[in-house]
Write a protein that binds this ligand. Structure first.
Ligand SMILES: [Zn+2]
Ligand SMILES: [Zn+2]
Length: 323
């Protein structure tokens, strides 16, 4: 099954190598041959990861009182998954790495360990010839700069995306989510990247502080900020009507009352169950796909949207999302 599914990707990879050999400036020469990849294409893809939100405290509450803006303004225009999961390690770095590499890795959560495999960001650059500034990792947590790197020795490893993480990169500490979103708007305006991941950290930070009010307030602020960010994208000529946005989480938090919300990291339903809302020009608006999906399926879907072959990944494209 798997080798059959990979065959078109291998053929494309061979075609890409041949193409690159006879054209010195290959950006963006891939489009014709990449059309052999099945599924809809997207001009731009943005992933926003809201760190450490428990489903029960956001979408699992039927009144949506902590996510009112997304529920009112975004859900009718997008596809929402009631059954979406982190199926790997329920910590920040492994959760994000599952989203970017399409592979579950039991790895350090402190920024000292790199992903085993290149990410869809690497493959995107390798297969389009796009410059580093066409793919960005923009995160409130400095330790997520590892998403732009890999310990792989594959050729794709040489095609790292650009990164703007934490106060001033790996090892310099976390920054506010408002700063991260301001920086993101500046970088998108300046470089017009086609592929972007943004991490917002504040619900997770407030959760670990054991501050219930702060945690709920951070979910509500994230709801407002992400809704505003989508509306801002729709004011930008480069992104308006051409951008697919994935709004998701890296992990949830422990199930249970009292201080259970403070931590996460095991196999409980609260840590595993997260949310996924997808918006974009080809997305079925107002849909609630019944399929159970997980983070590695997002990676496969992004690769398909950008028409980039991804030789090593565990997920499958979420074709049910698209018209
Ligand atoms: Zn955490
Ligand atoms: Zn748990």
């Amino acid at each position: 099954m798997r080798s059959i599914a990979l065959r078109p990707f291998l053929q494309l990879a061979i075609a890409v190598v041949a193409l690159a050999a006879c054209q010195s400036s290959s950006y963006p020469t891939l489009q014709a041959s990449a059309s052999t990849l099945a599924g809809p294409a997207a001009q731009n893809v943005v992933v926003v990861v809201i760190d450490g939100v428990r489903y029960a405290d956001s979408w699992g509450d039927p009144t949506h009182k902590n996510v009112p803006n997304m529920a009112r303004d975004l859900v009718p225009n997008g596809a929402f998954y009631p059954a979406f999961y982190n199926k790997g390690v329920t910590l920040t770095n492994p959760g994000h790495v599952a989203l970017t590499t399409g592979h579950h890795q039991n790895m350090s959560n402190d920024g000292t360990e790199l992903p085993d495999l290149p990410s869809v960001f690497h493959y995107y650059r390798q297969h389009t010839g796009a410059p580093a500034t066409d793919a960005w990792i923009i995160t409130s947590k400095d330790k997520l700069e590892i998403l732009a790197r890999t310990k792989s020795t594959d050729a794709a490893a040489g095609f790292a995306p650009a990164a703007n993480c934490g106060v001033k990169g790996l090892g310099t500490g976390y920054r506010d989510d408002t700063t991260t979103l301001r920086v993101a708007r500046q970088l998108l305006t300046k470089h017009k990247p086609r592929l972007v991941l943004i991490n917002l950290r504040e619900p997770d930070t407030q959760g670990h502080a054991g501050n219930w009010e702060g945690y709920i307030n951070a979910i509500q602020q994230s709801d407002k900020r992400v809704t505003e960010f989508w509306k801002w994208l729709q004011t930008q000529p480069h992104y308006k009507n051409t951008t697919t946005l994935f709004i998701t989480n890296d992990h949830g938090r422990h199930t249970g009352a009292g201080m259970r919300f403070k931590n996460h990291g095991d196999n409980c339903e609260g840590c595993r169950k997260i949310s996924l809302l997808v918006l974009g020009p080809k997305v079925k608006a107002g849909e609630q796909p019944t399929q159970s999906r997980s983070q590695v399926d997002v990676t496969a879907t992004i690769a398909q949207l950008l028409q980039v072959p991804m030789p090593k990944r565990d997920g499958e494209p979420m074709n049910e999302l698209f018209r």
